[in-house]
Design a protein around this ligand. Structure first.
Ligand code: PLP
Length: 405
């Protein structure tokens, strides 16, 4: 009889987002007049930049001609996009990255999950707590996480690194030896960033212990402060220990377009193998590339007009983040994040639980949020607010929260 992957049966249900949706729908059914504003939304809402649209239109026209038709493209991405990434995202920040070290893909979510294919199942994995759930669940599916301990909300074999107010939501390397380390800055959900000095500690740890850092930089475009590194490769030594994930989803509104990339430096070797070669082998076997039209759209982001237009959309969300952060801080609440990230990590008042505060805001302010506890045990006592909504609705939501408190 066919055996299923037993690890899937250990996964808890997608408790967080389904429970958020359930509570909103129960509340709406009981209060049909309530106009709920969702500060829980994790998706962008601004349309694509005109430069992107134009490039995609042109690419579609090309595809309708014999000369311009593109069938299967290179699994690693077209040269024009890999070269643009190397130039604009790396050389422009003083980092030398070769196009061969850049793998274009259909999403940072897929890459963060798929990267596990190139690592053995007996590696010890460290994750931040709270954390983007994909890192945890994909390791659980691969059998690296052990057993789910429902009463603790954690997996037995994963090493959880608490990201709390005391450490500025940026953890230090753990005491136990770990092999694979997931870091995400700017962070989802806390909105925290890491300085070069903080990342250097991790890079030194990984190089000294033969560990690999999986660095998720999906929110890089939201960095506003000068001294915050935009890529882990700004840190000396990172080329021999880090893989970096980037995405056009939040950078350029590509959540529905699907385009991202992963960087695996040539120098990165473990167990006698080059990880670049392993990832290349993995992608060539299981992935057939991102559509030509989408990659043309992504490349347009690097033109002067494309840069300007995407900067405007980011500025729109950054302003929402400021409205939320400033408004709620003025109302006496404690907010983190929202400066270099589209997420605001709000401490619940009076020691209230995450879900309790979620219910209160839904009921008293008709504002939907995301309870921090859903991102990991250390998220208890916080809620996450996002800046991806409409500016006027965001302003109203903040006013309603202030009034309700
Ligand atoms: N990484 C983080 C930390 C995210 O929050 C998200 C999306 O919410 C992703 C990756 C997914 O990016 P993509 O749309 O490229 O799959």
């Amino acid at each position: 009889m066919t055996k299923v992957n037993q690890n899937f049966l250990k996964l808890p249900g997608n408790y967080l987002f389904s429970e958020v949706a359930r509570r909103i729908s129960v509340y709406s059914a009981a209060h049909p007049e309530a106009k709920i504003i969702k500060l829980s939304i994790g998706d962008v809402t601004r349309p694509l930049a005109p430069a992107v649209i134009e490039a995609m239109h042109q690419a579609v026209t090309e595809m309708g001609t014999f000369e311009g038709f593109h069938g299967y493209g290179p699994e690693q991405g077209y040269d024009f996009l890999r070269a643009a990434i190397a130039q604009h995202d790396y050389a422009a920040r003083g980092v030398d990255m070769k196009p061969e070290e850049i793998f274009v893909s259909d999403g940072a979510k897929s890459d963060c999950g798929n990267i596990g294919d190139i690592f053995g199942t007996d590696n010890v994995v460290a994750v931040c707590d709270p954390v983007y759930p994909v890192y945890v669940d994909t390791n659980a599916m691969a059998g690296r996480a052990g057993e789910y301990q429902a009463e603790l909300g954690r997996w037995s074999k994963l090493v959880y690194m608490p990201c709390v107010e005391e450490n500025g939501f940026t953890p230090q390397p753990p005491k136990e030896k770990v092999d694979i380390i997931y870091l995400c800055f700017p962070n989802n959900p806390t909105g925290a960033v890491a300085t070069k000095e903080q990342l250097k500690v991790w890079v030194d740890y990984a190089n000294a212990n033969g560990a690999v850092i999986l660095y998720d930089s999906a929110y890089e475009a939201f960095i506003t402060e000068e001294d915050v590194p935009h890529t882990i490769y700004e840190v000396e030594g990172a080329r021999t220990c880090a893989i970096e994930f980037r995405s056009y989803s939040k950078t350029a509104g590509f959540t529905g377009n699907r385009c991202a990339y992963t960087v695996v430096p040539m120098e990165l070797e473990r167990d006698g193998a080059k990880l670049n070669a392993l990832w290349n082998r993995r992608q060539c076997t299981k992935f057939n590339g991102v559509p030509y039209v989408v990659q043309r759209g992504a490349a347009a982001i690097y033109t002067p007009e494309g840069k300007e237009q995407t900067r405007e959309a980011i500025a729109y969300y950054q302003n929402n983040a400021k409205v939320i952060r400033d408004g709620l801080t003025a109302a006496g609440l404690t907010c983190f994040g929202g400066v270099n990230a589209p997420y605001i990590w709000l401490k619940t008042p009076n020691g209230m639980g995450s879900w309790e505060f979620f219910d209160l805001l839904l009921d008293q302010a008709n504002v939907a949020t995301t309870p921090g506890a859903g991102f990991g045990p250390s998220g208890e006592g916080y809620i996450r607010l996002t800046a991806f909504g409409d500016a006027e609705a965001t302003r109203q939501a903040v006013e309603r929260i202030k009034t309700s408190l």
